[in-house]
Structure formats: structure tokens, C-alpha cells
Design a protein around this ligand. Structure first.
Ligand SMILES: [Zn+2]
Ligand SMILES: [Zn+2]
Length: 280
């Protein structure tokens, strides 16, 4: 299967996962999504469903237009689908498939398995997409990864996992030094200042009910490293993370396992030069 992180981060999230016959898009958080798929040379006629993780704007802002343009069904938990309809993110006429945790649903030849995540939304979930040959897990917007989630993700060939913020930066408003500044996506040049400081209440929300730190992401990766060949880090904070710091903690977690690591970010040139695209 081919996986493309079309966009990742607080400005928008959307992931394409599919094989030669069938594909799904997970979240529709960027505008011109159908056009973007075309620009990535992805065959839109293969897309069988939109899977939605939760009803926040950065995951849903173009869902209505995309579902209408593509005439495809929407898969998600009942809480997410309800909240999305109420917020006007989906057409009232959308064909919906309610996913219950760990119970597979089919979209053409693909099996779609939802699992619970922990985030300040109605009923957030991650997904595992399986085409019989390969299995890809997507786990975004969760402040923790529980043992039950490890069990699901351990069976995947590749996992797209949140690595949202650096705990030290969140505590002190300064970044620790990264080892390899030269290739740092944020072009830090040794500058350790956090670009835009968050107020206390927002920091508390992110830590307690929002997102996964680099450190907690790395702890989850340690549980997966033996089994999962590819880890793609996603949903990095623009203010409280840097691609290099996330990569360093992931490489540390991978140890000698040989797990391949990709890091997505939301810099302006992301789609042109730093796109995360891999096959499993
Ligand atoms: Zn969210
Ligand atoms: Zn998000």
C-alpha cells in the first residue's frame, strides 16, 4: 500500500492510504483536497471512503466539499459522525458507516478498524487500514497511547503516530539543543526560543487532553519498534516542536531495530520538498 501524508499539523491533516485498486483518505483538513490528490498523481477514482478521526476543524474543514465532489461514504465512530453532522462538516445526505472499536468494516477490498484515542472531542478514534497484504495504523490527536492501543498498532507494518510537542520546550519556553541542527526542518540555527508562546490554559489543554509529546510518542514507539517497520511522525506543533527533536527521540526509541522513521511537518515547502510518502 502507498501512504501519503498530504498535510499534517494544526493547520490541516489529511492522509491517503491505498493500493492499486482501492484507497481511503483519512481526515479532510485541507482545502482543494481532490485537486491535491491529483497533483500527487494519486488516482482519485480509487478512493472508496473518507475516514474521520474527530470533528476538529484541522481534520474536517473540507470534508463536506470532498464528500460531495467524490460521492464517497464517510466512516467514523458514532460520536464523531454525530458531532460532524451537527457542526455542518458533513452533508446531511452523506452515506455514513459507523465504526465500533476493533470491529472491522469494509470499503471495497480494504478493511477499516477504528480504535479509541484520548482527545477533547466527542468520540475520537484512530484507524487501522488493511488490504490483506499490508496494515497501516494511524494514531493522531491523543494525549496518551495505552497498552490496548499498543496491541492494535503492534500488528501494523507502518504506523503514522503523533509526536506533537517537546516537553522541555513546553515547560521552559526554550528548546533543548538538537544534535543535528544542520538538517533541522525549522532552520533553528541554534536559536532556542519558542516562536509563539502559549498561555497556561492552552498548555494544560494540550498536555492533559490534547496531544502526544515527543517523549510519550517515543515510549509508544519503543513498544512497537520490534514489529513495525516504518514509523511516520505526524501532527508536530509549529511552536513547541522541531522536526529534528522529534526525529532524535524517535531514533533513540527505535534503537537497533532498523525501524525506518519519517517526520512530517507543516513548513510552507512541505508538500514540495519534504513530503512524507512511503510504500508498505
Ligand atoms: Zn483535534
Ligand atoms: Zn489535530
Amino acid at each position: 500500500m502507498e501512504c501519503v501524508l498530504l498535510a499534517s499539523g494544526s493547520k490541516g491533516n489529511s492522509i491517503y492510504i491505498g493500493n492499486d485498486a482501492d484507497a481511503v483518505v483519512i481526515d479532510a483538513g485541507i482545502g482543494y483536497l481532490k485537486q491535491t490528490l491529483g497533483e500527487m498523481v494519486l488516482d482519485t477514482s480509487r478512493v472508496r471512503a473518507l475516514c474521520v478521526t474527530h470533528e476538529h476543524t484541522d481534520h474536517m474543514q473540507s470534508a463536506k466539499a470532498f464528500v460531495k465532489a467524490m460521492q464517497i461514504p464517510v466512516y467514523g465512530t458514532s460520536g464523531t459522525l454525530d458531532a460532524s453532522l451537527r457542526s455542518g462538516f458533513l452533508p446531511q445526505t452523506a452515506k455514513l458507516t459507523i465504526c465500533r472499536a476493533k470491529i472491522p468494516e469494509n470499503a471495497a477490498s480494504l478493511s477499516i478498524i477504528a480504535f479509541h484515542t484520548y482527545h477533547d472531542a466527542a468520540e475520537p478514534s484512530g484507524f487501522v487500514i488493511d488490504d490483506g497484504d499490508a496494515r497501516v495504523g494511524v494514531c493522531l490527536d491523543t494525549h496518551e497511547v495505552t497498552p490496548a492501543m499498543h496491541d492494535i498498532l503492534r500488528g501494523c507494518d507502518a504506523v503514522i503516530l503523533e509526536s506533537n510537542y517537546c516537553s522541555a520546550a513546553m515547560q521552559t519556553d526554550r528548546f533543548p539543543c538538537c544534535i543535528t541542527c544542520r538538517s533541522c526542518g525549522a532552520r533553528c540555527c541554534g536559536n532556542r526560543k519558542v516562536p509563539r508562546l502559549y498561555p497556561r490554559y492552552l498548555k494544560d489543554r494540550i498536555r492533559e487532553d490534547g496531544h502526544l509529546s515527543n517523549e510519550n510518542s517515543a515510549a509508544a514507539q519503543r513498544q512497537l519498534a520490534k514489529n513495525v517497520g516504518i514509523i511516520a511522525l505526524a501532527h508536530l506543533s509549529e511552536n513547541y516542536n522541531r522536526p529534528n527533536l522529534a526525529r532524535e527521540s524517535a531514533e533513540d526509541a527505535a534503537g537497533e531495530s532498523g525501524t525506518e522513521i519519517y517526520v512530517s511537518d507543516q513548513l510552507p515547502e512541505y508538500r514540495k520538498r519534504r513530503l512524507v510518502r512511503f510504500s508498505v
